[in-house]
Design a protein around this ligand. Structure first.
Ligand code: PLP
Length: 491
């Protein structure tokens, strides 16, 4: 299997992408080195480390040199609070172009009526969405009732009443241990504090989303916002069903597709599995399966677009213009046919990884996958997620520990390891390599023993049998060398 076209091919006629990018990075690192050599060294080392490890973190990827280079410019120096053509600062004509192009690509790629490219991250995108929904569903009708056009027109008593109303709404999202995200109403996150929150889980037997139970919870709780989407659920979701449930109880459907946006962009998730036509508001990150710069996007149906457009100044400060530019470049890449082939490989590779685990006797939450995530229950190896994560890292396998449904070890130590295929698929890994990855992971975990502490087995400490790390390192080095990261890029 060859590495993905985006990371290797020419961008312009007669220009060798790898040579041009190498020259650009060499020059940039020299400039950085002249000011702070430790930063240049850490940047070089990060590339070497990423090249030398099996990156299986489901939320990470490798953006193309075009995306990365776009971020290192003077667009970073411009303040541009406001919206396209309506800024609170002078001289924003070029940022207007950047933001317009990013939004245009996002609308076209996802078939969305409206796109907002300013959120600095996924959390920010969700905050923009929450407040846009509150502004549309609660604030606007309350203002109309009070005969006011703007909150500044309200007297103190009316303003206090409106504030109480805004902060007194209900949100229903997926629970953290079923695979939901912190921003879907988890207590330590602001979403769990600004809303009355309840969560829906998955079936305890199958680990799958139970739409009937979800509908029953929605009927009882009557949320203003029903949140769909996940960080660690290894299955597809029927968003048409979620919309039916939302409509029945009068909720706004907000879908956070941060994890699987690349599979939506690449047309692996279509019809009922594509959230964009079904959700009132869809949020995403741009740096996970979508393979762009770190950042967020909000897509909205027309009735929410005006409120989303006020993300700045509602919850955002000045947009990161250099990152919006990189989002535009990444979205342009994602509109190429090669991205659809990539997205399909991401899903096929996840299946190969899952099958590799199952045939070696490992237990997977939901018994498999049909997206880019595989969630391994490590209790059958006698380990906590924390021990498994550390032992795998010792062998050069980079993953993250994750809760599993009804996790006996809680959210810190956990009982699961989450694997994702987007990054190594970008490097060119195919089904055979992912089967080998499963073999290496099982090798590490069967050779890891929890350390006994005075009061029983430790949840964090472990010993890895002699020779295991070396054996796994050597096997992965072969696969990594055959599928180089940024082939041809030399610093
Ligand atoms: N939403 C989901 C579903 C996520 O998985 C994440 C990140 O892990 C986020 C939001 C937050 O994204 P960010 O880290 O860019 O704020």
């Amino acid at each position: 299997m060859t590495a993905d076209a985006v990371t290797t091919s020419s961008t312009a006629p007669g220009v060798e992408y790898a040579d041009t990018a190498s020259a650009a990075y060499r020059a940039a690192l020299q400039v950085i080195e002249s000011v702070e050599p430790r930063i240049a060294a850490a940047t070089r080392k990060e590339l070497a480390d990423q090249r030398d490890s099996l990156k299986l973190i489901a939320s990470e990827n490798y953006a193309s040199p075009a995306v990365l280079l776009t971020m290192g410019t003077w667009l970073s120096d411009k303040y541009a609070e406001g919206t396209i053509g309506h800024r609170f600062y002078a001289g924003c004509q070029n940022v207007d172009v950047v933001e317009s192009v990013a939004a245009e690509h996002a609308r076209e790629l996802f078939g969305a009526p409206y796109a907002y490219a300013q959120p600095h991250s996924g959390i920010d995108a969700n905050l923009v969405a929450f407040w846009a929904i509150l502004a549309t569903r609660v604030e606007a009708p309350a203002l109309a009732e009070l005969g006011a056009k703007h909150v500044n027109d309200l007297n103190e008593a009316d303003w206090e009443g409106l504030r109480n109303k805004l902060g007194n709404q209900r949100l229903l999202g997926m629970s953290l241990d079923a695979g939901g995200h912190l921003t879907h109403g988890f207590r330590p996150n602001i979403s769990g504090k600004m809303f009355h929150q309840r969560s829906y889980g998955t079936d305890p037997e199958t680990g799958l989303l139970d739409y009937d139970k979800l509908a029953a919870a929605a009927r009882e709780f009557k949320p203003l916002i029903l949140v769909g989407g996940y960080s660690a659920y290894p299955r597809r979701v029927n968003f048409a069903k979620l919309r039916e449930i939302a409509d029945e109880v009068g909720a706004t459907l907000m879908v956070d597709m941060a994890h699987f946006a690349g599979l939506v962009a690449g047309k692996v998730f279509t019809g009922d599995e594509d959230p964009v036509p079904h959700a009132h508001v869809t949020t995403t990150t741009t740096h996970k399966s979508l393979r762009g710069p770190r950042g967020g996007l909000v897509l909205a149906q027309p009735e929410y677009s005006d409120a989303v457009d006020k993300g700045c100044p509602m919850v955002l400060g000045g947009p990161l213009s250099h990152v919006m530019a990189a989002k535009a470049v990444a979205l342009a890449e994602a509109r190429q046919p090669s991205f659809q082939a990539y997205a399909q490989r991401v899903a096929d590779n996840a299946k190969a990884l899952a099958e590799g685990f199952l045939k070696r006797g490992a237990r997977l939450v939901t018994g498999g996958t049909d997206n880019h995530i595989v969630l391994l229950d490590v209790t059958s190896f006698g380990l906590t997620g924390r021990q498994a994560e550390s032992a795998l890292l010792d062998a050069g396998v980079v993953t993250n520990r994750n809760s599993i449904p009804a996790d006996p070890n809680g959210a810190w130590y956990t009982s699961g390891i989450r694997f994702g295929t987007p990054a190594l698929t970008t490097r060119g890994f195919g089904a055979a390599e992912f089967d080998r990855v499963a073999e290496l992971v099982v090798d590490v975990l069967t050779n890891t023993q929890p350390t006994q502490a005075s009061n029983g087995p430790s949840k964090a400490k472990y010993t890895l049998a002699d020779g295991t790390a070396e054996r796994v390192h050597a096997a992965s080095a072969e696969m990594l060398a055959a599928n180089p990261l940024y082939p041809g890029l030399t610093l």
